[in-house]
Ligand binder design. Structure first.
Ligand code: GLY
Ligand code: MN
Ligand code: MN
Length: 461
């Protein structure tokens, strides 16, 4: 945990934003895999971690925004539990580490909240994303658990988003630790990227690094020679010459701050002419975006700028044609880059996605586009110092998308479909780094994994 002042300051700031009512933060519980005692690896709820910091299951935190009273609810373990689990800190000890004086048994939570409701108090909660939390909330509110998401407080969501979006120094230090681990995962994957090696083997080794150096992967590793599938979680191929391996992976620091890096390595460690040509375009979109990122530009504008670099590069190779600005405005480049340039990152790798992406990355003035490609941009607002972002352009040749667009004649004035048809065995390329927005621009977080053609080829050698 951080020093307790970090958590008391955060709760005080939240109280100043909320002013009135009660905030209810339900921590996560153990969740079974295939029978009750065989549980998934425990991951605390990120908002509970942010405000209370206690990384254990079965807790809830309540903040009275009027009086300032704070209570951690939890159940102390008895000797029967300790026989199996070893000595455990008391709920009171844990709460004290978070700067909270008062604790109550978990069994009192329903009564506590019911009393507040009966007294006319407004209870604010964040949208639940786990069935167990919905069940707990359903019991507390005596309502259908399935409806609990709509009970979420927009005011609380907005307050939490405003706080979590701007990273504190202690958080940035944690993200850097995570990024250093991710860098080691990437260099290890590159060195293993040889014909005959299985994806599964590399996947296992690099997720092992995430566990050995931090709190495990920050999301399920994407590692495949079928990099054209954006979130490819299958690892059942044998690497073969002529393909490129996309490795999109990250670790959590022990305090659960995330990193998220992508590198693309030619199997065997040497780029062919065709691979290098496409790679250089993606690399340029990545490095130019990092040069431009900073206060005064929005993630939407940076995304469109990266798409223009990609479209111009593809035009130079004869894969796109016509006026590039018009092509990008109309979304023709999305055949090759159908995702957003990047997302916020923090305690969640897609930071605060659970609170509702449109609360994080959009507002009254900046609405989400409905255009294929641009609609997948998770964050469109201007950058502010303290934001942490990924920058992750890519070029993909997705045969199914190609076939659909070609049959529809979609954007045919901007796409040379005959020429693209010769790339359908190419796969995909993505290059992703993590940056902190500063007063004057941005800076890369953690060690930079090999990224240029030369650096990657040298690392593979
Ligand atoms: N790791 C998935 C992504 O890059 O957003
Ligand atoms: Mn990623
Ligand atoms: Mn990412």
């Amino acid at each position: 945990m951080f020093e307790k002042e970090v958590y008391t300051n955060r709760r005080n700031r939240l109280r100043a934003l909320m002013k009135s009512g009660i905030g209810l933060f339900i921590g996560n519980v153990e969740s079974p895999v295939n029978y009750p005692d065989n549980t998934y690896h425990f991951r605390q709820d990120s908002d509970f971690l942010y405000f209370f910091g206690i990384d254990l299951p079965g807790l809830a935190g309540v903040i009275d925004f009027d009086s300032g009273d704070e209570v951690v609810f939890g159940t102390d373990f008895d000797v029967d539990d300790i026989v199996w689990m070893g000595p455990q800190p008391s709920v009171a000890d844990l709460a004290a580490m978070s700067g909270v004086r008062d604790t109550l048994p978990m069994a009192k939570l329903v009564d506590h909240i019911q009393k507040a409701i009966a007294g006319g108090r407004e209870v604010h909660l964040l949208p639940p994303y786990r069935a167990e939390t919905r069940m707990t909330l359903g019991t507390i509110f005596r309502e259908n658990p399935c409806q609990m998401t709509s009970r979420a407080s927009e005011m609380l969501i907005r307050a939490v988003v405003s706080m979590r979006s701007l990273k504190e120094e202690v958080e940035i230090a944690e993200i850097e630790k995570a990024a250093d681990i991710a860098c080691e995962m990437q260099t290890t994957a590159m060195r293993m990227c040889k014909p005959g090696v299985t994806e599964q083997e590399i996947f296992g080794v690099i997720e092992g690094i995430a566990w050995a150096k931090g709190a495990g992967p920050s999301f399920p590793t994407i590692l495949s020679i079928n990099g054209q599938t954006l979130h490819n979680h299958k690892h059942n191929n044998v690497l073969r010459e002529g393909r490129m391996m996309v490795t999109d992976c990250g670790a959590e620091s022990n305090m659960h701050y995330a990193a998220d890096l992508t590198r693309t390595t030619p199997v065997g460690g040497h780029f062919s002419q065709r691979q290098r040509e496409i790679y250089e375009i993606v690399l340029k979109a990545n490095t130019e975006s990092i040069k431009k990122a900073g206060p005064g530009i929005s993630n939407r504008d940076l995304h469109l700028n990266a798409c223009t670099i990609i479209a111009a590069g593809l035009r130079d190779l004869g894969l796109m044609k016509g006026d590039i600005d018009t092509a990008v405005a109309e979304g023709a480049h999305a055949l090759f880059m159908p995702h957003g340039l990047g997302h916020m990152m923090g305690l969640d790798v897609h930071d605060m996605e659970g609170l509702g992406e449109n609360f994080v990355g959009y507002n009254e003035e900046v609405r989400r586009s409905t255009q294929f490609g641009l609609k997948s941009l998770r964050f469109a607002l201007p950058y502010k110092p303290g934001h942490v972002f990924t920058v992750e352009p890519g070029i993909y040749f997705i045969p199914e998308l190609y076939a659909k667009w070609r049959s529809e004649g979609k954007h045919k004035q901007f796409i040379d479909y005959d020429r693209v048809s010769t790339y359908l065995d190419f796969g995909g390329i993505r290059v992703e780094d993590d940056v902190l927005i500063t007063d004057g621009g941005c800076r890369m977080l953690g060690k930079t994994a090999p990224k240029t053609v030369k650096e990657i080829e040298e690392t593979c050698r």
